[in-house]
Design a protein around this ligand. Structure first.
Ligand code: MV4
Length: 498
């Protein structure tokens, strides 16, 4: 076993990894920026080191500094979490050169999937379904027009180095081709220093369905079934569930097998995710990209398949063979995850600040991975996600019912959050029948009625009032504020002050 693991991350995922270390009896090392001195991941680790100023380019992305801390603290492995350095091949190489195990895929794995166009070509060779389109890059606007005429409109032009929705243009008429082609090329150049673009048939109104895969250093690869992540906005996932309500059993088998072929093609090591666009009318699926990291939504797979993915990452990084065979993996029941973000529910803008009251949901089959605590000030510098609530049920409806119950118990005051938005989505007919697609949020929640956010369940107020160990370190006098400073009690209900 490793003696000590440095966790090159912050927030809930740093805590998730620390917990795996504790269970395995491995010492954990936290790193933190100036803005994270009072962050929960710092308190929960065995040791913690400051790595620089608040902006992530000067701290969580400074890999020379992080390696130096790893050496100084005597860590023999580094877990990168997600985001930050998790898919940085240079960093993974530097770890190896320093004699420190990078807990994740090989640098070659990351490079094989970093470029969308070459990844697609590789996957086509591995007999993984891909969207019809240009075979290779498109060099001129005329070429783009010819391909579009050939495969038929609408098409989507994509920058090969693109990601997160940047460098993508949907084209619905021939007259738009030339400007879209030029726009894509320059976005590719400006954001990713690579003007290469390619064209695909645009799949209208698709679902986002991904398959969790796992490889070891002995050539074994398995998949751990799917997650559906179609509830998203501006390429940010908001709710994920597993299994997908739209994937029939025979398609599930095909998607799993295709994903194992994909990972095998690049000798993949560790946890990875193959992302597909899924056409719900034909039930066809097409390879989009591979994420070479542990993902935010990994807990729903853990709850349904019964595997601790972080422990398995550590196990595989040590050189052990996978601790399960494909035939031993089964989906049991249903899990849902909602991402709780410090954001304004009307504008969706990040809304960091001081958390006053904080009580996480509890109870049967509820998991809450969170770094919030009362008195913590959510910094402005990083991702606004502060918690994830995961519920499990024997079936989808039970998981939804539990999520509604769990969210009704979640008390988070002082900052604005998207909890009320989640409660509203969970009641929407398109969510309830499972037919929602990636267009769902933008179509149905474009204008959010502020009315939806105007009341809090009475029993939640009672729980909040019962929080006596209230800890606001900014003010020693607890009487100065109420648990919900912006709310007043009217009879048995709470009302927003106007
Ligand atoms: C597509 C697509 C439809 N057809 N490709 C979005 C990010 C990246 N993971 C791939 N994405 C898409 N690729 C084809 N051939 C639809 C998406 C897509 C999307 C596109 C435009 C606006 C919003 C979107 C939300 C999810 C997925």
């Amino acid at each position: 076993m490793f003696k000590k693991i440095l966790i090159a991350n912050r927030g809930e995922i740093a805590i998730r990894v620390t917990r795996a270390c504790r269970e395995l009896g491995v010492a954990s090392v936290a790193v933190f920026s100036d803005a994270d001195r009072e962050s929960l991941h710092v308190f929960l680790a065995d040791e913690a080191y400051n790595i620089g100023p608040a902006p992530s380019i000067e701290s969580y992305l400074k890999w020379e500094k992080i390696l130096e801390v790893a050496k100084k603290s005597g860590a023999d492995a580094i877990h990168p979490g997600y985001g930050f350095l998790s898919e940085n091949a240079k960093f993974a190489r530097a770890c190896a050169e320093a004699g420190i195990t990078f807990i994740g895929p090989t640098p070659e794995n990351m490079e094989a999937m970093g470029d969308k166009l070459s990844a697609k070509a590789l996957m086509k060779k591995a007999n993984v379904p891909t969207v019809p389109g240009s075979d290779g890059s498109v060099e001129t606007a005329e070429e783009a027009l010819n391909i579009a005429k050939n495969i038929g409109l609408p098409v989507i032009i994509k920058a090969s180095a693109g990601g997160g929705g940047k460098g993508m243009r949907v084209v619905r008429s021939e007259t738009e081709i030339e400007s879209a082609f030029r726009a894509c090329r320059s976005e590719g150049q400006n954001y990713f220093a690579d003007p290469t673009v390619y064209i695909e048939k645009f799949v209208t109104d698709p679902k986002h369905i991904e398959i969790q895969v796992f490889g070891d250093k002995h050539g074994n690869v398995v998949h751990l079934f799917e997650r559906e992540c179609s509830v998203q906005r501006r390429h940010q996932k908001i709710i994920e569930e597993s299994p997908s309500p739209s994937v029939p059993p025979e398609v599930r088998i095909k998607m799993g097998e295709a994903s194992v072929r994909a990972a095998q093609k690049i000798n993949y090591v560790g946890a990875g995710t193959i992302e597909y666009i899924f056409d719900n009318s034909t039930k066809e699926f097409y390879f989009m990209e591979m994420n070479t990291r542990l993902q935010v939504e990994h807990p729903i797979t853990e709850q349904v398949v019964g595997v601790d993915l972080v422990k398995e990452q550590i196990h595989v990084a040590l050189g052990n063979p996978l601790s399960f065979k494909q035939s031993e993996l089964k989906q049991k029941g249903h899990a849902i995850e909602v991402r709780i973000c410090a954001e304004d529910p009307v504008t969706y803008k990040p809304s960091p600040g001081l958390i006053r009251a904080c009580r996480h949901p509890q109870g049967p089959f509820v998991r809450c991975d969170s770094y919030a605590y009362p008195g913590y000030e959510v910094p402005i510098y990083y991702d606004p996600m502060i918690s994830k609530v995961i519920t499990w049920g024997d079936n989808r409806q039970e998981a939804i019912d539990r999520m509604e119950r769990a969210l009704s118990e979640f008390i988070l005051s002082g900052i604005k959050t998207n909890i009320a938005l989640h409660k509203t989505i969970l009641k929407h007919p398109k969510f309830l029948d499972g037919s929602y697609t990636t267009q769902f949020l933008e179509k149905n929640f474009e204008v959010i009625e502020p009315e939806l956010f105007k009341d809090i369940d009475d029993h939640v107020f009672l729980i909040a009032a019962a929080i006596t160990a209230f800890n606001d370190r900014k003010s020693k006098d607890v009487r100065q504020y109420s648990v919900f400073p912006n709310w007043k009690r009217v009879g048995r209900r709470m009302q927003l002050r106007t």
